[in-house]
Ligand binder design. Structure first.
Ligand SMILES: *Cc1c(COP(=O)(O)O)cnc(C)c1O
Length: 374
């Protein structure tokens, strides 16, 4: 039998150099700046949309919980890790979303994956948008249900799959993102609700990039919402929100929650403080969205729908060169390449935060201009 490291080295060598991922040490400062290799950059690649990562009230809430409860939860939620910060946050989340209940997991990835795997089984169908996040695809694979994909936001394609296959399956779950993480566009939720009603299906929406930025009002027509505490909510963790019955069921069956240690009280308290600021100061989300719109307007790009703006470059090498040129000018903007995005659509992915100033946003637009196709 070959040695493990020889097998792994051969696999690593088969990944083209340009596609190989690497961990880069980065220090975030004041929310809007990062320091990499001793150099400071204006940061346009983070998910701290509301600028709350360094907010004094968020830090104080975390500090208070640290002082009271210590560094860790010490056990899974179902054993003795279910500290009081969980219930307080879940009530606040459910109230904000105007849903019956919410359940907090260790990450957004664990929340969505664990929920899909717990709900669906062999004989069921999961119908996912082509651009749906890995947590939905991985959850679908874990569940044992059949997975089919429809072209991104293409309702006619989704309907053609349901028309052809609905009758062959027991339960059907349609899964999508509210705001797509690599494109910043939104799913046609009204059309999806119509579709799920006509084809006796359930609908699950991952709101990781929507919460705090854009609000969808017909909450009850979506059977399951999921999201993260790590983006607008400035901490770590994830949630599922919907009916009380759904949460009761997940407590019995969501393995990614049952078999994993609870989040530190400080992390849950920080997310709760961030949620309170988000609710009290809706202008923060509006500011991040306004920055994105100012950026797309300055560059003649399609108007932004969220705090995420893709600048499509095309070839992988060109996107990498654009990102490197921006770094030279002091802007940190990630290049996103296949397989994360479709071939030929390598891009700069720009994200905006309430912590940015309009001057910073317009300076970035000026620097990106040479890379925008007219
Ligand atoms: C970030 C993200 C997640 C994962 O959330 P974490 O809390 O970081 O694990 C899930 N879904 C989507 C769409 C995301 O963008």
């Amino acid at each position: 039998m070959p040695a493990l490291n020889d097998v792994l080295s051969a696999r690593l060598h088969s990944i083209p150099e340009a596609s190989r991922r690497a961990l880069v040490e980065a220090h975030v400062r004041h929310g809007t700046h990062i320091v990499v290799d001793g150099r400071e950059y204006l940061h346009f690649s983070g998910n701290d949309y509301l600028g709350l990562i360094q907010h004094p009230k968020v830090l104080q809430a975390a500090q208070n919980a640290l002082d009271t409860h210590g560094a860790g939860a010490g056990a899974s939620r179902l054993v003795t890790g279910n500290h009081a910060h969980y219930g307080a946050l879940e009530t606040a989340l459910a109230d904000y979303l105007r849903l019956e209940a919410a359940l907090v997991f260790s990450s957004g990835y664990a929340a969505t994956l664990g929920t899909i795997a717990a709900l669906m089984e062999e004989g069921d169908l999961i119908l996912a948008d082509k651009y749906a996040h890995a947590c939905m695809i991985d959850g679908a694979q874990l569940s044992g249900a059949k997975l089919m994909r429809f072209a991104h936001n293409d309702m006619a394609h989704a309907e053609s799959i349901l028309a052809k296959h609905r009758s062959q399956f027991n339960n059907v779950l349609i899964v999508t993102e509210h705001i797509f993480s690599m494109d910043g566009d939104n799913a046609p939720l009204d059309a999806l609700i119509d579709l799920k009603k006509r084809y006796r299906s359930w609908l699950m929406v991952d709101d990781a990039h929507g919460i705090g930025i854009t609000y969808y009002l017909h909450k009850n027509d979506v059977d399951i919402w999921s999201g993260t505490l790590s983006k607008a909510l400035a901490s770590v963790g994830g949630y599922v929100a919907g009916s009380r019955t759904l949460m009761n069921y997940l407590i019995q069956s969501a393995r990614s929650m049952i078999f994993s240690t609870a989040l530190p009280p400080s992390a849950v308290a920080a997310a709760h403080a961030a949620l309170e600021i988000m609710v009290a100061e809706p202008e923060r989300g509006a500011l991040a969205l306004g920055h994105a719109k100012a950026f797309t307007e300055a560059l003649g790009l399609p108007p932004a729908h969220s705090a995420i703006v893709p600048v499509i470059i095309g070839e992988d090498a060109d996107a990498v060169a654009a990102s490197a040129a921006l770094k030279e000018q002091g802007f940190w903007v990630s290049a996103i390449r296949p397989p994360t995005v479709p071939k030929g659509t390598a891009r700069l992915r720009v994200t905006f935060s309430a912590a940015h100033t309009r001057e910073q946003v317009l300076a970035l637009a000026e620097a990106v201009k040479p890379w925008v196709k007219s």
